[in-house]
Design a protein around this ligand. Sequence first.
Ligand code: G3H
Ligand code: 13P
Ligand code: ZN
Length: 312
Amino acid sequence: MALVTTTEMFKKAYNGGYAVGAFNVNNMEIVQGITEAAGELKSPVILQVSKGARAYANHTYLVKLVEAAIAENPEIPIALHLDHGDSFELCKSCIDGGFTSVMIDASSKSFEDNIALTKQVVEYAHDKGVVVEAELGTLAGVEDEVVVEAGSEMFTRPEEVEEFVDKTGCDSLAIAIGTSHGAYKFKPGTDPKLRFDVLEECTKRLPGFPIVLHGSSSVPQEFVKMINDNGGNMPGAIGIPEDQLRHAAELSVCKINIDSDIRLAMTGVIRQYFVEHPDHFDPRQYLKPARQAVKDMVSHKIKNVLGSDGKA
Ligand code: G3H
Ligand code: 13P
Ligand code: ZN
């Protein structure tokens, strides 16, 4: 199967009560770990590239890695998506450069400016057969260069979603319901709760329309401990409870973004490896278990959070 857009994936996910995982890719081991897991579990998957990933690994290298993953896993649908595009030029460059989906994240702009920029990207993208994710509301945490302090996030206003989708023509919408980027999503001792009332209000106003959740890592404490036990220092790292994400996937959420959990798994395993093998210096030795950790993490998400196994 060639690279696909998310249109068919989301239709099936919406009707089937599951979500497709969107995992950030930055290098070969991450691409391999994710797609091996999705391939074995016969799951659709979205590989997403941030502006930072593109600056780190180079657009062409990432596209070619994804093409290699498609050749190795021909039986599953794979979409290649720009995560948090912050300008028309960046979106255009990815559309022209082989991506099948882009996000234009103008959520930090005014409602009117968000509409105008999103519409401009949608017109260009649709003309080339590429789909567009947009965002309304702001998440706490870091989105590329934009930093939003916890407590300053703004939940999506459901009364705005219809007008936004109508005027922009976007294909999916990321909303803010209490998720946030990074490994420190809630203060220790607080009860992490997503705003399902906001999600339900948005769904009522946009029946059948795919909703996206960013900032959906669960920050598994097993990996936080592995990091801290092996020289790391990540006190109080807390994520979104998996059962709440599973519930969101049963509703209108069709795409769930996960990056931090992959970072934690790789970092924990590599830190432990170095403590256990202080004399090793061949990158293949420590990147092999790191790649396996990515695969295990993604397999776990597909089976226990997304519910997308067997849906390819
Ligand atoms: O939402 C942000 C993603 O985790 C990508 O992070 O911009 O550091 O590549 P990045
Ligand atoms: P996490 O930091 O929770 O993994 O979120 C990733 C994300 O939303 C990428 O766009
Ligand atoms: Zn995000």
